[in-house]
Structures are given as structure tokens and as C-alpha cells.
Design a protein around this ligand. Structure first.
Ligand code: IPD
Length: 271
């Protein structure tokens, strides 16, 4: 079943990807702001989510829906679709070609602490790249198998991270980066959590971490990274969630986790 769900997720993500790419070329309109003035939603975010939602409802009417821009629908089938219609919205606004449509299909409640991710697709239409995975079958980029790096020591690790929309949290996050940056190869902030996780999956990053992600920011990328051989989790044995998401090349998880703890990553800034 996971493979069928993966095919459907990919088909729908590609249609939404085409839509947002077309809208980007026509010009982007900010429809509203959310948690802060920096946290925008564009008309294309809403259109993309509407399209994805209606395609899922046509194909699988009993499934639940949990997306960034609209009300959740409870699942009758036990399956829920976790959707970010544009991850990397600020990149999209500035026409930085690193944004994606992200779709994960999960079993259980739409809570990353308990769900089982079955299938996932993340597509970046500006780059023509589609990452995908079904549980237990590996991960692919444009249909070719991908693998996370192995045997990376922290001092040579290229580490991605992200910053929150709240200025207070960004300042705290910058403090962690300040501690970490001298202990790793370098740090990247590319602006789409889902694509960061996919970058770990295909070896463009050795690791990625962030605090404060919403479920739709990491649901698909976490499965793709895991299926590519990366290690994904939270802090101190927890699962990846809003509290913390860390994805690393094989073998790097424990030493990087230790450095993050020493840098103060456990402190509470989420409110
Ligand atoms: C954001 C991006 C960004 C991450 C933020 C997310 P959005 O998602 O994934 O890279 O640092 O925490 O909120 O708003 O573009 O869907």
C-alpha cells in the first residue's frame, strides 16, 4: 500500500509544483501574514493547498488532511495526508529557487511523536527535482536511489539549520549556531526544512537540525532521509518533532547531538 500512496503523493505534488512554479512566473501576491510580519502566506500557498486537498479527496475520500493553510479533516481510514503547499515560502516570495511542495502520508494521529510515515514526496519545481520514499523501500531523487553520507566526523560535517519567524527565537537560534560553527565544517541556512532533510538524504548536507518546526515542515523529508540511511530524531531519545529535529549522516547523530546539547539546544524558547 505504501507504494501506491507514494505514487499518488508524487502525482499530486507534481501537479501542485507546476501550479506554484507557474504562479511564481506570473508574480507573487502576499495574501496575509501569520505568526509575525515576516511569516507570510501567498495566494499560491492557498491555491496549492486547495488543489492538493481536492485531488486527495477525489482519490481517497476517507483519509484525513492536515495542512499548513487550512482546517484539518479527521481521518476515517486511519491515514492522514500531511501537507505543506509551499515549504520555503520566503524563498518563493524572493524568487530564490529553493522551495517545495511537500506531501507525507502517515498512519495514526497527525502527531510526529506517534505517527508512522508511510510515503512521502517533496518536489522543487524550480530545480526540477522530486525526492520520494515509501516506508521500507528506500528513497529516490527523480527516480534514482539516493543515500545519505556515512563516516563523517563532526569537524568535517556540513550542517544545515533554519530560523524561526519569531525574532526572539531567531536570536536564541543564532546563539546555538555561534557555539556550533567552530566545531563543524560550516553551516548552511537554505530556507526550506523539507529540502534540507532531502539534502541530508542525498548527501548535499551531512546534517540538519532545527527547533520549532511544524509537522508539515518535516513529515515528508524525515521519511525520505530515513529511507536514504540517515538517522533522524529529536533530543535525548525523543522522536523528531516541534521540540527538535535532527537528521544526520550515518554515525554522526550521537556526536552532533552531544555538541548541540553543549551548545544549549535543550533550553526552552518555544513558548
Ligand atoms: C519554514 C521553512 C524554513 C524553516 C522554518 C519553516 P515555511 O517553512 O521550512 O526553512 O526554517 O522554520 O517555518 O513557512 O516556508 O512553510
Amino acid at each position: 500500500m505504501s507504494i501506491e500512496l507514494q505514487k499518488l503523493a508524487t502525482d499530486i505534488a507534481l501537479q501542485a509544483g507546476e501550479l506554484i512554479y507557474r504562479r511564481r512566473r506570473e508574480g507573487v501576491t502576499v495574501a496575509a501574514t501569520k505568526s509575525s510580519a515576516e511569516d507570510v502566506v501567498t495566494l499560491a500557498d492557498r491555491e496549492s493547498e486547495d488543489l492538493i486537498r481536492s485531488l486527495i479527496a477525489d482519490a481517497r475520500p476517507g483519509d484525513g488532511f492536515y495542512g499548513e493553510e487550512s482546517e484539518a479533516t479527521r481521518s476515517d481510514s486511519g491515514i492522514t495526508w500531511v501537507v505543506d503547499p509551499i515549504d520555503g515560502t520566503v524563498n518563493y516570495l524572493y524568487d530564490i529557487p529553493n522551495y517545495a511542495v511537500s506531501i507525507a502520508v502517515i498512519e495514526g494521529d497527525p502527531d510526529p511523536l506517534t505517527w508512522t510515515a508511510l510515503a512521502a514526496t517533496v518536489t522543487n519545481p524550480a530545480a526540477g527535482e522530486t525526492f520520494s520514499a515509501a516506508r521500507g523501500t528506500g528513497a529516490t531523487l527523480n527516480g534514482t536511489a539516493i543515500f545519505a553520507n556515512t563516516d563523517v566526523v563532526p569537524s568535517l560535517a556540513m550542517v544545515g539549520t533554519g530560523f524561526a519567524y519569531s525574532a526572539e527565537r531567531r536570536v536564541w537560534q543564532a546563539g546555538i549556531v555561534q557555539q556550533l560553527i567552530g566545531q563543524v565544517r560550516d553551516i548552511r541556512r537554505m530556507g526550506s526544512a523539507e529540502l534540507d532533510l532531502c539534502s541530508v538524504a542525498c548527501g548535499r548536507l551531512d546534517a540538519y537540525y532545527e527547533r520549532g518546526l511544524n509537522p508539515w515542515d518535516h513529515a515528508a523529508g524525515a521519511l525520505i532521509a530515513e529511507e536514504a540511511g540517515a538517522q533522524v530524531g529529536g533530543l535525548n531519545g525523543a522522536r523528531a518533532s516541534r521540540d527538535f529535529t535532527l537528521a544526520t549522516a550515518g554515525g554522526l547523530f550521537d556526536p552532533l547531538h552531544q555538541l548541540l546539547i553543549e551548545a544549549g539546544a535543550e533550553a526552552s524558547v518555544l513558548g
